[in-house]
Design a protein around this ligand. Structure first.
Ligand SMILES: Cc1ncc(COP(=O)(O)O)c(C=O)c1O
Length: 391
């Protein structure tokens, strides 16, 4: 028995999360190989950059390999794994593309845009003015005709697409065309969908005209928590490198880079099959939930084309999240559900009907322990992590 109180809590946390059904779309499970790299001695080293520290030779080779893997998987010219999170990746990219007086247009947080790009957060630190792109709730996407009109009129120097509640591909091509026509830049934040992009199952932002594709490495990708920035533009890549070190990162966590490398090796093998399964599962789950009478957003366009399903419970989000958790189903408070983790554990479309039924039962009988037992039985059938180097 561990003597450390903290280690006991670590075990308690892991046991709890392993005994519940995780539908948080921002999370995924790590393979044993990725965890091994994450727990390696690199976790306490600085010696990644030979210009500053000795002992860096092997890490240099590893780092180059990881960035080359990212370039291969995302078919792009340049990649950096320096950002220690998706948020920091966003800050680095914005700072690299910003000039004095930069204006930013993005999606408002209440329509699923990332809070970090909304007024009061990154734009405030970077002294940028923010405007919000018109949004069509029925199709849960940017209202393209009105957005083009607004962009033509306001000419914001930077547009950021991509979102936190992300159901359907964004109109990158059309927006890139207009933004580039007046010399602006376009960032696509794929934090939620990088794994689907890697698998060719969502959209291809760099080919559609985005100047930069960035995001977290741990939602639909198989990596540990961290960030990634990709581009085809050499000047932008150089600026990103110059604006990263000593501004947004110094030590960039060598163990994280190594673990990301292993995860990208897994992604390289399984990306197409995994991404396809994730989207099939989320469509199946959304359809089954809708049939159960649950308020699923995005009906007009078939509910979802990503790993996410969005249940519109308005102000009842926290209450619904708590009811679900009482019965062993973990979600966030918005309520977004994600199929990325359950798919990695091997669940298929037939399991989605079961999950939908369990959610529906839970919400109609919040105190029934019957559902908790059924959830336990369901997850006991899926204990193994799939899509690894050996499976
Ligand atoms: C669209 C988007 N960008 C950035 C982030 C921040 O990512 P991270 O948690 O890796 O910093 C999030 C968080 O979930 C997000 O949804």
């Amino acid at each position: 028995m561990a003597k450390s109180r903290i280690l006991k809590l670590v075990s308690a946390y892991d046991n709890y999360r392993n005994s519940t059904l995780n539908l948080i779309p921002s999370e995924n499970v790590l393979s044993h190989d990725v965890l091994k790299a994450l727990a390696s001695g690199m976790a306490s080293r600085y010696s990644g950059r030979p210009e500053s520290y000795g002992g860096a030779k092997i890490f240099q080779e590893l780092w180059t390999n990881v960035e080359e893997l990212a370039i291969e998987i995302f078919h792009c010219g340049y990649a950096t794994v320096l950002p220690v999170s998706g948020h920091i990746a966003g800050m680095i990219a914005i700072d690299s593309l910003c000039k004095n007086g930069t204006t930013l247009a993005t999606i408002a947080a209440h329509y699923g845009g990332y809070m970090g790009y909304n007024s009061g957060h990154i734009p405030e630190v970077m002294r940028m003015n923010v405007s919000y792109l018109p949004f069509d709730v029925k199709s849960w996407n940017i209202d393209l005709p009105r957005a083009l009109e607004q962009l033509e009129k306001d000419k914001p120097s930077l547009v950021i697409l991509g979102a936190t509640v992300f159901l359907f591909p964004h109109p990158v091509k059309e927006i890139a065309k207009i933004v580039h026509s007046y010399g602006g830049k376009l960032i696509y934040d794929g934090s939620h969908v990088l794994g689907l992009i890697a698998g060719g199952c969502f959209q291809d932002p760099l080919r559609e005209g985005a100047d930069v594709l960035l995001g977290s490495t741990h939602k639909t990708l198989f990596g540990p928590q961290g960030g990634l920035i990709l581009t085809n533009d050499k000047d932008i890549a150089m600026k990103i490198e110059q604006h990263s070190l000593y501004t947004f990162v110094d030590n960039f966590h060598l163990n994280r880079v190594a673990a990301l490398g292993v995860a990208l090796e897994e992604v390289k093998i399984h990306r197409r099959f995994y991404a396809k399964k994730v989207v099939q599962n989320s469509k199946a789950l959304a359809t089954a939930l809708f049939k159960e009478g649950i308020p699923v957003e995005g009906k007009k366009n078939g509910f979802t084309r990503s790993h996410q399903i969005f249940l519109n419970y308005g102000k009842r989000g926290t209450e619904i999240r708590e009811i679900l958790e009482t019965n062993g189903i973990i979600s966030d408070s918005r309520i977004r559900l994600g199929t990325n983790e359950v798919t990695r554990k091997g669940m298929a479309t037939r399991d989605m009907s079961e999950i939908a039924h369990l959610i529906s039962q839970t919400l109609s009988e919040p105190n029934s322990m019957k559902v908790r037992r059924q959830v336990r039985m369901l997850i006991s059938r899926y204990q193994k992590i799939r899509y690894t180097l050996n499976s």
